[in-house]
Design a protein around this ligand. Structure first.
Ligand code: ADP
Ligand code: MN
Ligand code: MN
Ligand code: MN
Ligand code: MN
Length: 384
């Protein structure tokens, strides 16, 4: 007679079971999805994802339409609309808000001829909505075009679990103190590198002028840089890069926070350092122009602080404490290679006497259109 071998029941590891059911609950299966995403589209059709800043001035929204042609420039794209009463941009009784396409990018998610379309928002009376800060920014950039203003923005952000706890942090405590995490490498020192890698490639594919990334001082905090960009393209590229970040993180089941001080206490905040130069600053002995600019900025510190986060300075108050590599929100200061100042002149710029300045005050959730407009008004147009 044959003897049946006893069946070995290997216990299913708890962790992987938890992870599986998490993904089942979310109703997502990227492998199955990929099979559909490889279906060919009919000739001369593409999908255009229209993207806009909502009524918070911080969050993004998007929706898709089919186009029956392959657009070459945003001017070919049709105007569209959405229900502004659901995004904090209109009353329910008169809720249509118009979407005006202003910039177009390749779509790194749907690939092929598909497009991502950045839009401005206009009310029923054709006036810009309250959070459409691009229109005024463009007007200012056009008037200052001869100064050839360049920007480079350093977008810091924090990755969170879907329960809003920083990614990789122990659920009932804190990781070891800051020190090993900045530009860190190795398990236990960095959390969320997959998101960072995927986002960097997605930006390059889309056509965003992304120039780098690094892990930040607080674990699960990261930075990417966009620039140098001239004029209005700074705000366009940064908003689109933010959209890609939220969207990539969504694919990994991870939340992106742009809060300037996500964890109170002895943990670094998040900013959007803004590097700035004009044609004159970039010429030999441009340092004199940089110093003139800093002098002008020193006179309107409070006005700038009001423009450097979406809540008129309230958000940045939690970050600009004067500790943790920031200046105090109440003082204006400038210095060479000094990261505790409001304005830093990079060491290389001071040595070569030409280049750019870094405004370290803008909050991570600031509107790049507002920040870039402010700098140009103050430095190039002597307005405020
Ligand atoms: P940091 O040392 O402050 O961390 P980063 O390397 O993160 O600096 O960012 C520097 C930024 O400065 C980059 O985004 C780059 O595009 C930008 N930049 C470089 N040269 C100029 C310039 N002439 N004008 C404006 N921005 C510039
Ligand atoms: Mn509908
Ligand atoms: Mn940086
Ligand atoms: Mn940084
Ligand atoms: Mn910086």
């Amino acid at each position: 007679a044959c003897v049946e071998k006893p069946r070995v029941h290997l216990p299913v590891p708890r962790r992987s079971l938890g992870t599986m059911s998490h993904f089942q609950l979310e109703g997502t299966n990227k492998t199955v999805l990929d099979r559909y995403m490889r279906l060919e589209l009919p000739e001369n059709k593409c999908q255009a994802m229209y993207i806009w800043v909502d009524g918070t001035g911080e969050n993004l929204r998007s929706k898709t339409r089919t186009l029956h042609f392959i657009p070459k420039t945003p001017s070919e794209l049709p105007e569209w609309n959405f229900d502004g009463s659901s995004t904090g941009q209109a009353e329910g009784s008169n809720s249509d808000v118009y979407l005006r396409p202003v910039a177009m990018y390749r779509d790194p998610f749907r690939l092929g001829d598909n497009k991502l379309v950045l839009c401005e928002t206009y009310k029923h009376n054709k006036k810009p909505t309250d959070t459409n800060n691009r229109r005024e920014c463009l007007e200012v950039m056009t008037r200052a075009a001869e100064s050839r203003p360049w920007f480079g923005m350093e977008q810091e952000y924090t990755l969170l679990d879907t329960d809003n706890h920083p990614l990789g942090w122990p659920k009932n405590g804190f990781p070891g103190p800051q020190g090993p995490y900045y530009c860190g490498v190795g398990a236990g020192k960095v959390y969320g590198r997959d998101v960072v890698e995927a986002h960097y490639r997605a930006c390059l594919y889309a056509g965003i002028n992304i120039s780098g990334e690094n892990a930040e001082v607080m674990p699960a905090q990261w930075e990417f840089q966009v620039g140098p960009c001239e004029g209005i393209s700074m705000g366009d590229d940064l908003w689109m890069a933010r959209y890609l970040l939220h969207r990539v993180a969504e694919d990994f089941g991870i939340v992106v926070s742009l809060d300037p001080k996500p964890i109170p206490g002895d943990w670094n905040g998040a900013g959007m350092h803004t590097n700035f130069s004009t044609q004159e600053m970039r010429e030999p002995n441009g340092i004199a122009e940089i110093e003139k600019a800093i002098e002008k900025m020193s006179k309107v510190h409070e006005e700038h602080i009001k423009a450097y986060d979406p809540k008129g300075g309230k958000d940045n108050e939690r970050r600009l404490t004067g500790h943790h590599e920031t200046s105090s929100i109440h003082d204006f200061s400038a210095g060479v290679a000094n990261r505790g100042c409001s304005i830093r002149i990079p060491r290389g710029v001071a040595e070569e006497k030409t280049g750019y300045l870094e405004d370290r005050r803008p909050s991570s959730n600031a509107d790049p259109y507002v920040v870039s407009e402010r700098l140009v008004r103050t430095i190039c147009l002597d307005e405020c």
